[in-house]
Design a protein around this ligand. Structure first.
Ligand SMILES: Cc1cc2nc3c(=O)[nH]c(=O)nc-3n(C[C@H](O)[C@H](O)[C@H](O)COP(=O)(O)OP(=O)(O)OC[C@H]3O[C@@H](n4cnc5c(N)ncnc54)[C@H](O)[C@@H]3O)c2cc1C
Length: 311
């Protein structure tokens, strides 16, 4: 790719108009922000409230949005923006991947900060599941960045929306869309989370954990083996590198050994309390308060002390 147009960033949008996070990053490195939208017209109109110009590829109909990725990549490559920002969602990543392949640029995810120094875009982003940060300086092509989407732009100044005829790949057709039935667990919003691990002997014993969670007005979560192994709790309930990342005021880890893959998911918890019958469990090196003991004695005692009862 030839030298970038330093005054312009692009955001690539699938069908989610929650783009304030994308636009914020895009504006950090360029004055003008252009959005290319492959979703339906209302998405383009909503996005227009937050950017300077919108390129809309027309109604996608029964074509999966990912099929527009090569066309998006061509449009972006022709504009030579200094940065291309998309949402860290499956559709967003597909679009960014095509842009990166076309422009021969790496996609950087988990973006924490973006700045410009000496004509280069400098990106700090999370690596290794969030336990480390890496700083990368990019030049000679766009910075292709996957970021948290943010919110829907508030109404107000509306940028022009230019329609460009969509030219999707014709190999795929959407034949059915079924909403996913969610478990109703909103761990991200919980101020207290009680996580339970493989030390629990039976599914019926979850009542003990639910009782403790109710006593502390918290949500129940778990380690991966309980959700993906024995399936005692829904997959949305497990915390860790490949599960949920949570930031509650209090995380109570019951019979969880404290493996890195789990603890990464609670590294932003303000206070961690661990209950484990093995005094050498790694979790005791990562908690603020620890109780060495059998969960079948400690949890009912804690629940009772907090004025609650078992399920
Ligand atoms: C690529 C990859 C990704 C992974 N991603 C995740 C992830 O996102 N989240 C995740 O959780 N895991 C993940 N894992 C699995 C992870 O490595 C651990 O295997 C898992 O977290 C262990 O779960 P646990 O602590 O519940 O079980 P264990 O490690 O078996 O620990 C059980 C603990 O319970 C204690 N215990 C037993 N009985 C009692 C009792 N009666 N009272 C009190 N304590 C008791 C034991 O002392 C022990 O410390 C991943 C693994 C891989 C390879």
């Amino acid at each position: 790719m030839n030298a970038s147009n330093a005054s312009q960033s692009w955001v690539v949008v699938a069908d989610d108009p929650a783009v304030t996070g994308l636009v914020e990053v895009a504006r950090t490195v360029a004055d003008e922000v252009v959005a290319v939208v492959v979703g339906a017209r209302p998405v383009a109109d909503t996005v227009a409230a937050g950017v300077d110009r919108v390129v809309w590829l027309g109604e996608p109909g029964a074509v999966p949005l990912e099929a527009f990725a090569p066309q998006v990549a061509e449009l972006v490559a022709a504009a030579r923006p200094v940065a291309v920002v998309g949402a860290a969602t499956p559709a967003g990543r597909a679009l960014l991947g095509a842009v990166a392949a076309r422009t021969q640029a790496p996609v950087l995810g988990g973006v924490r900060t973006v700045s410009v120094a000496d004509g280069r875009v400098v990106v700090t982003h999370a690596v290794m599941g969030g336990i480390a940060e890496r700083t990368v300086a990019l030049e000679g092509g766009p910075a292709v960045l996957a970021v948290e989407a943010g919110a829907v732009p508030a109404g107000g100044a509306t940028a022009p929306v230019a329609e460009v005829a969509g030219a999707p790949l014709d190999a795929a057709t959407v034949t059915q869309v079924r909403p996913k039935v969610r478990a109703g667990v909103d761990l991200g919003a919980a101020s207290v989370v009680v996580g339970v691990g493989r030390g629990l002997k039976a599914e019926a014993d979850l009542g003990l954990i639910r009782g403790l969670a109710a006593a502390v007005h918290g949500e129940v979560a778990c380690s991966r083996p309980l959700a993906e192994g024995v399936e005692w709790l829904p997959k949305e309930s497990y915390i860790g590198i490949s599960g949920q990342h949570v930031a509650p005021d209090l995380y109570v880890a019951v019979a969880i050994s404290g493996q890195l893959q789990h603890m990464v998911g609670v590294r932003d918890a303000k206070v961690i309390v661990a209950v484990n019958n093995d005094k050498n469990a790694p979790v005791f090196g990562q908690c603020d308060y620890g109780v060495v003991g059998d969960l079948y004695q400690v949890v009912p005692a804690l629940t009772a002390a907090l004025g609650g009862s078992d399920d």
